[in-house]
Design a protein around this ligand. Structure first.
Ligand SMILES: CC(=O)N[C@H]1[C@@H](OP(=O)(O)OP(=O)(O)OC[C@H]2O[C@@H](n3ccc(=O)[nH]c3=O)[C@H](O)[C@@H]2O)O[C@H](CO)[C@@H](O)[C@@H]1O
Ligand SMILES: C=C(OP(=O)(O)O)C(=O)O
Length: 422
């Protein structure tokens, strides 16, 4: 199992290009199931989750080609299997996103209940409730969601809570349903908007994406399209936390600053100087961070996917910060590992109290989920001495060559594989 070795203390200096967003690319790949024509994509990040999704689509009968330049083309004209099996679905939450498209286009689907980061219970009851409202016969059997519908029928669906992949699944189902669907309490995340924009290019009739009420007029069929995946706001935010913790001056290229919600305001409050261009962010930091309180919320609030990284930054702050996690009930697993690096953090239910310390010290730590891994990298870059991070397969699910990108910014970081990792 690969590990990362970081020798902390180097300031970060230079330029880094941000990849396409994992959480936009995954639903967008699944949207390829909605047409028999070719869908061509650019800016698809080179991540393990993308490889898993392409394997899953391949298993269903989708022909996919992937270049090493971020291009992927998909053709779903020979889909001959409507079952998403446990072995592929177990590692990745987003695999539930084949359910809506399969059901809408082929009238049937069997999808194993998904895995993904173990950050909470993460049920899919809202996906099921929404598809049932669109007329599907749907139930759980032997660990699979099993769904059938001759043709889905438009309806008004109000989910009990805001759900990102739930909104995406229902959106992909509704575009081929008969009549009008209204998704109320819809997720407003930029990744939902990016998916809607691809679907519109494919001939879907959608309005209101980016608001909490999306209106879809179903069409008989969709056609092929080309699309470039939106930049990864979480990867961008993670690099900004890294420069906040380690100090330095970096330029992010290929970003969408206007889509970064509350993240940029909170990072400014820590003392990082940020200058945003259309698709760039320059960030510099030359002092100890100020503490910043954070409450995770749906977009445009502060993203739960940035909580661990801003906590890592707060561990070094000149004061105490309160971090409240409102989206997932078990997303503080990085706390114990940050404390191994010398952080001073107490957890009380959904709140973490982070008392800043002047310095962290390198240690052996274990990544427990994707963003927890990123928080350990950020802390390791600032810590004195050597940090070894184990189980970085979590990191590889969602960050493209993170150690290479950080290395180019002057960080002392290397991947240990094979015998070196033993
Ligand atoms: C692949 C992807 O895009 N993953 C993102 C997506 O996950 P994901 O779409 O799984 O997260 P949701 O927005 O669905 O989850 C929000 C909350 O709703 C609950 N819930 C959700 C659906 C449901 O049917 N029932 C239910 O109870 C969840 O347990 C959670 O407490 O949004 C999360 C919240 O921004 C991010 O952390 C994940 O990175
Ligand atoms: C939680 C995440 O991913 P997933 O929903 O795929 O588990 C994430 O991207 O931070």
């Amino acid at each position: 199992m690969d590990k990362l070795r970081i020798t902390g203390g180097n300031r970060l200096q230079g330029e880094v290009t941000i990849s396409g967003a994992k959480n936009a690319a995954l639903p967008i790949l699944c949207a390829g199931l909605l047409t028999a024509d070719e869908v061509t994509l650019e800016n698809v990040p080179a991540l393990n989750d993308i490889s898993t999704t392409l394997r899953l689509l391949g298993r269903l009968g989708v022909a996919a080609t992937r270049g090493d330049d971020g291009r992927v083309s998909l053709r779903a004209d020979k889909v001959d299997n409507l079952e998403a099996p446990y072995d592929l679905v177990k590692t990745m939450r987003a695999s539930i996103l084949v359910l809506g498209p399969l059901l809408a286009r082929f009238g049937e689907a069997r999808v194993s209940l998904p895995g993904g980061c173990a950050i909470g219970q993460r049920p899919v009851d809202q996906h099921i409730k929404g598809l049932a409202a669109l007329g599907a016969e749907i139930h759980i059997e032997h660990g699979f969601v099993v769904a059938r519908a001759k043709r889905l029928k438009g309806a008004t669906v109000r989910t009990d809570m805001i759900t990102v992949t739930g909104t995406e699944n229902l959106l992909m189902a509704a575009v081929l349903a008969e009549g009008r669907t209204v998704l109320e309490n819809a997720a407003r995340e930029p990744e939902v908007v990016d998916l809607a924009e691809l679907l519109i290019k494919m001939g879907a009739r959608i309005e209101g994406h980016g608001t909490d009420r999306i209106v879809i007029e179903g069409v008989e069929r969709l056609h092929g399209a080309s699309h470039s995946v939106t930049p990864d706001r979480i990867e961008a935010g993670s690099f900004l936390c890294a420069v906040g913790a380690a100090g330095g001056d970096i330029l992010l290229r290929g970003v969408a600053p206007q889509a970064m919600g509350a993240t940029l305001d909170k990072l400014r409050a820590t003392g990082i100087t940020l200058e945003c261009g259309t698709d760039t962010i320059r960030a510099s930091m030359d002092r100890r961070p100020s503490p910043v309180d954070v409450r995770t919320l749906e977009y445009p609030g502060f993203a739960t996917d940035m909580q661990a990284q801003i906590m890592a930054l707060n561990t070094l702050a000149d004061g105490t910060a309160m971090i409240v996690e409102t989206i997932f009930e078990n997303r503080f697993m990085h706390v114990q590992e940050l404390c191994r690096l010398g952080a001073d953090i107490d957890i009380d239910g959904h709140t973490a109290v982070v008392r800043g310390v002047p310095r962290l010290s390198g240690a052996r730590v274990m990544a427990t989920d994707l963003r927890a891994s990123a928080s350990l990298v950020i802390a390791g870059l600032a810590a004195e001495g050597e940090t070894i991070i184990d189980r970085i397969y979590h990191l590889d699910r969602g960050y493209e060559r993170m150690e290479v990108k950080l290395g180019a910014l002057g960080a002392r970081i290397e991947r240990l594989s094979g015998k070196d990792a033993a």
